[in-house]
Design a protein around this ligand. Structure first.
Ligand code: NDP
Ligand code: NHF
Length: 317
């Protein structure tokens, strides 16, 4: 199947099918350089989040590329996400303003609720150990109401969710005025999310797939699935097309599963490689092999939160 360069959100906005992931790019200057390299390589979609703690550096890179005339603001699609401690209605606007200030932007293209479950505002951002005492029971419908308000204020062009299951999406749509345009979830050959993709497509919701390369930096970490880009047969398929395993996997996700991908890299050669996926089509037997790799194994399972009222991954999809 041919690889589309953009997909239409139901608001008619075009979302580039490859964006740059920015999680864990935290050493000084690292993400600034990565974003500049990405824009130079043709990326126009950057995935950010308050939680990643690096939005000020991303802002510097975007500002530099706009000031030097390489891109205009309207050429870019910038996403950010509201973290779990800030689900209360009163916290949403201040947190979005903080993000906009760090990114040096007047508006976002997309603002997401990062996870459906909340934490108390004064809890650690990523609590460990006995974490139930930190859970908040703020309903994501309350959070969504505030997301609708910030969209109406023009601070973000569109709003969406991340890590929501099909039941939560159904409940959200039934109880809101504005529908989410995107559900950002983990998606790679180990977890191909076909049921959730079909469910969202039927409702005009685009799936943005995170951890598309299976987070190769976690290789060997007990409990984490081996990324498909390290599979021998995927390497053989890659040789057949004179492409890399990462390019084969990203091409498969965009062309064959119909999602948008946000691979993270801070390595200039990989940043280029990860967007160079538009010039080949996988044959049916190769697609079938990639389909067969699905194991429903998650890198980001967040199982410590499994007893939270709004934990998403107890449902089938
Ligand atoms: N909504 C959510 O809850 C979540 C959202 N995300 C978003 O999704 C993005 C991507 O997911 P992430 O978890 O970072 O994992 P990825 O699957 O993007 O893997 C990133 C790792 O793969 C390496 N890598 C990148 N390109 C290649 C390549 N061509 N060949 C081999 N290795 C490569 C990177 O190394 P290096 O950088 O050293 O080149 C890094 O170690 C995040 O950065 C974030 O923006 C991620 C998790 C959860
Ligand atoms: O966006 C994210 C990046 O990955 C983290 C876990 O490894 C998640 O906590 C978070 O949701």
């Amino acid at each position: 199947m041919p690889v589309p360069k953009t997909v239409k959100l139901y608001t008619s906005v075009e979302l580039p099918t490859v964006g740059l992931g920015t999680y864990s790019s935290t050493s000084t200057g690292q993400v600034e350089d990565a974003v500049k390299a990405a824009i130079n390589s043709g990326y126009r979609h950057i995935d950010c989040a308050w939680f990643y703690g690096n939005e000020a550096e991303i802002g510097k890179a975007i500002k530099a590329k706009i000031s030097s005339g390489v891109v205009k603001r309207e050429d870019l699609f910038i996403t950010s996400k509201l973290w779990n401690n800030f689900h209360a209605k009163s916290a949403v606007l201040p947190k979005l303003k903080e993000t906009l200030q760090a990114l040096q932007l007047e508006y976002l293209d997309l603002y997401l609720i990062h996870w459906p479950f909340g934490l108390k505002e004064d809890a650690p951002n990523m609590p460990q150990g006995n974490i139930e005492k930190y859970f908040s029971d703020v309903d994501y419908l309350e959070t969504w109401g505030a997301m609708e308000e910030v969209q109406k204020m023009g601070l973000t062009k569109s709003i969406g969710v991340s890590n929501f299951n099909s039941e939560q999406i159904t409940r959200l749509i039934a109880n809101s005025k504005i529908k989410p345009v995107v559900n950002q979830v983990e998606c790679n050959p180990n977890l191909n999310q076909k049921k959730l993709i079909r469910f969202c497509k039927e409702r005009d919701i685009v799936i943005v797939g995170y951890t598309p390369l299976g987070r190769s930096d976690l290789v060997g970490t007990p409990g984490f699935p081996v990324p498909s880009i390290l599979d021998e047969k995927v390497a053989k398929i890659a040789r057949k097309y004179k492409k890399s395993p990462a390019q084969v996997v990203l091409n498969y996700l965009v062309a064959n599963l119909g999602i948008v991908v946000i691979p993270k890299s801070v390595t200039p050669s990989r940043i280029k490689e990860n967007i160079d996926i538009y010039d080949f089509e996988l044959e049916a037997e190769d697609v079938a092999y990639l389909d067969s790799m699905n194991r429903n194994l998650r890198v980001c399972g967040f199982t410590d939160f499994k007893n939270h009222k709004y934990y998403a991954f107890n449902a089938e999809f």
